[in-house]
Design a protein around this ligand. Structure first.
Ligand SMILES: [Zn+2]
Length: 286
């Protein structure tokens, strides 16, 4: 008992030390190769948080393969893994698809990364390749070397010939899933889906145009029910968002002149551990 108390005090001291709390969070989280021994819980927000008790997506499942295994970013909340299982089962039923190639989810303990994304910090963001998963027997080396394929032309104003009805069907199925908060994809794809959808349009609200996202689409799950301290993004504006996407496309085709009074872009400060929710210190320790 006493020994435990002393140990706890010592650990608290170490963690409270200004040195640890002022360390760059991306270095602390980027160094972890396994998840924390805790109950699964996202702490904080998509772009400023961490993941307790992360679960590793199996490298190969019946209807998916995790790509770029060297990055060790195939860790997520259990709900995320369940979603991938379900969506990939659906994808496997589409003509020309045997499942999904899964890109980055999160690091083992989530948190900021040494390279790449700002989000993907709480195990609820998933990058899914646009390239149809045909082979599901890719080797580790294949998964490092193979690339996805782009779906865009004219800088994202339109889809190209690689875009198919099956892409529409898979994004629709993803958007209709109740756990999904939003899906990021390049503007041309959203406008195409707006045009092609002849049925219920409610799901289009969750499809959000964004830069990049023509080699993959990005699914963001909502905070799981009862996950205290998990910070949801505010919901997308009401409506199907199609007019907004069209405006985005017009601006790609005819860029408005730069605003001379625009403030200089702010340089974002990198997060130190003390910037993250306090539970993230624990997540690093356990
Ligand atoms: Zn992403």
């Amino acid at each position: 008992m006493i020994r435990n108390a002393v140990k706890t005090a010592l650990v608290l001291c170490l963690m409270a030390s200004p040195a640890a709390s002022q360390s760059l969070a991306k270095e602390l989280f980027g160094a972890k190769t396994t998840s924390s021994n805790q109950r699964a819980a996202p702490h904080g927000g998509y772009a400023k948080g961490c993941l307790a008790g992360g679960v590793r997506l199996p490298e190969t499942g019946p209807t998916w393969q995790a790509m770029r295994l060297s990055r060790n970013r195939n860790w997520g909340h259990p709900h995320t893994l369940a979603f991938i299982e379900r969506l990939s089962t659906f994808a496997a039923k589409q003509k020309g698809w045997n499942g999904l190639y899964i890109g980055d989810i999160s690091q083992p303990r989530g948190g900021p990364m040494l390279t790449g994304h700002r989000s993907h910090q709480i195990g609820l963001d998933i990058d899914i390749w646009m390239r149809p998963a045909t082979r599901l027997d890719l080797s580790r080396a294949d998964r490092e070397n193979m690339s996805s394929i782009s779906m865009r032309r004219a800088k994202g104003a339109y889809v190209n010939k690689n875009w198919t009805r099956q892409h529409h069907a898979i994004l629709l199925a993803a958007a209709k899933h109740k756990a999904v908060a939003r899906i990021f994809v390049f503007p041309g794809a959203k406008v195409q889906m707006c045009k092609d959808e002849k049925g219920d349009r409610g799901w289009l609200r969750k499809i959000r145009p964004w830069w990049g996202h023509h080699y993959h689409f990005h699914v963001r799950l909502a905070c799981p029910r009862g996950a205290a301290g998990c910070v949801d993004q505010s919901p997308p504006p009401a409506g199907d968002g199609c007019a907004d996407a069209e405006e985005w496309v017009r601006n790609i085709l005819n860029p408005p002149p730069p605003n001379p009074n625009a403030p200089a872009p702010k340089r974002r400060r990198e997060y130190v551990l003390a910037d993250l929710p306090k539970q993230c210190t624990n997540v690093l320790q356990r």
